[in-house]
Design a protein around this ligand. Structure first.
Ligand SMILES: Cc1ncc(COP(=O)(O)O)c(C=O)c1O
Length: 385
């Protein structure tokens, strides 16, 4: 008796599904060994094993590559999987990474704790200080790794000048574009060699997916990256890719609405009595206010921070009084959420390091969503009372 799964699917006739179907199969069947050889040798299209490739990941990667202006793209099981894959595929024992000293905490841990064990060293620099970056690159480096906008204080880096410096020193510039998304900037167009995204955030946009992406223009890098994803087990789930494709369809709309909301909230927050500081690149007092429009086209982003007079107690009060802005330590949800950097993303940074970065106990980070700005303001007012 034939296994149900090996029966051909019901015929669709001349009709084609409007929406990409979900291919949840972890393995594909082949008619014979010759067909296997053709697929394995890339002489014919097809799939064999989902950890190597599957239609939902391939389709999502193509769409994202187009959005980023990349010749090729790969989807991975998380943003961290994308960073792991690109580092594994491009670095060797004895090489160095120069990285921003404001990276996402797990990225810093990957570079310092994990890669150190494999003989790849990391040096951290202020990526907004080009002289410091150049001095570190002059000692020799394989990768320069930065984020377009940093967490939580939204420092914007000068991607074009960083690319020039990296290339002068025979180094690849890698940009984590998670906070900006390709709606606000396309790092490859500004000279970066590789771009990565945590799709978990704005791109998927509904807090129900964990995925990553890496894209580039140099086709020679693709085989090593594809191998790293399969061998190190960094592959994506078809269902998550299917959901992310759906999120991607509204990314531009959501990002523009969220950026507008963030700009309006930043101005409004600056006028509130118990708010002592507002951090947003769209404001004149942000250190990267002038640079930001050269890097970000079409807005200053949807991430902002504000500081409450009264430290941790004031933050607790705000959270309890404004439950409509959920405390959830991630970002990129369709509706506004908040986080508290001092006890979440920067929990394990020393108090001195938090002070250096300006992350106080009263600092709240908002991931502004695309709901009606009046509704957000209404809830914020309750929190600020
Ligand atoms: C800037 C940035 N890069 C990378 C990551 C890692 O992404 P993921 O959680 O999808 O592994 C995050 C997660 O918060 C992030 O904020």
């Amino acid at each position: 008796m034939s296994e149900p799964s090996t029966r051909p699917p019901p015929s669709l006739g001349q009709t084609v599904p409007l929406v990409m179907p979900l291919y949840s199969s972890s393995v594909y069947t082949l008619p014979d060994l010759d067909a296997l050889d053709r697929v394995m040798n890339a002489e014919a299209p097809g799939y064999i094993y989902a950890r190597d490739a599957h239609p939902n990941a391939r389709r999502l990667a193509q769409l994202l590559a187009e959005d980023e202006g990349a010749d090729w793209g790969l989807v991975t099981g998380s943003g961290m999987a994308a960073i792991t894959a690109l580092v594994v595929a491009t670095t060797q024992h004895g090489q160095r990474i120069v990285a921003s000293n404001r990276l996402y905490g797990r990225t810093t841990q990957l570079f310092s704790q994990e890669l150190g064990r494999f003989g790849v060293a990391a040096e951290y620099v202020d990526a907004n200080d080009l002289e410091q970056v150049e001095a570190a690159l002059a000692k020799g480096a394989r990768l320069l790794f930065v984020e377009t906008m940093s967490n939580p204080l939204v420092r914007v880096v000068d991607i074009a000048n960083l690319a020039t410096l990296a290339h002068r020193h025979n180094c690849l510039l890698v940009v984590d574009n998670t906070f900006a998304t390709p709606v606000l900037t396309k790092p490859l167009d500004l000279g970066a060699d590789l771009v990565m995204e945590s799709l978990t955030k704005m791109i998927s946009g509904h807090s129900d997916v964990t995925l990553g992406f890496v894209g580039g223009n140099d086709a020679d890098m693709l085989p090593a990256l594809t191998a790293a994803v399969s061998i190190w087990g960094l592959a994506s789930s078809p269902f998550d890719c299917w959901l992310a494709e759906r999120g991607l369809a509204t990314l531009e709309l959501r990002m523009h609405a969220a950026c507008q909301n963030a700009a309006r909230l930043a101005e409004w927050l600056a006028d509130q009595a118990n708010v002592t500081r507002v951090v947003y690149p769209g404001r004149l007092d942000h250190p990267d206010h002038k640079l930001a429009p050269e890097v970000l086209r079409g807005g200053f982003g949807n991430m902002l921070c504000f500081e409450l007079d009264g430290g941790r107690d004031a933050v607790n009060r705000f959270m309890r009084q404004a439950p409509g802005i959920p405390f959830s330590p991630s970002l990129g949800h369709s509706a506004t959420t908040l986080s508290h950097p001092a006890t979440t993303s920067h929990r394990y940074a020393s108090p001195a390091e938090r002070r250096r970065q300006g992350i106080t106990d009263g600092l709240i980070r908002l991931s502004v969503g695309c709901e009606d700005v009046e509704a957000i303001r209404h809830e914020m007012k309750k929190g600020l009372q």
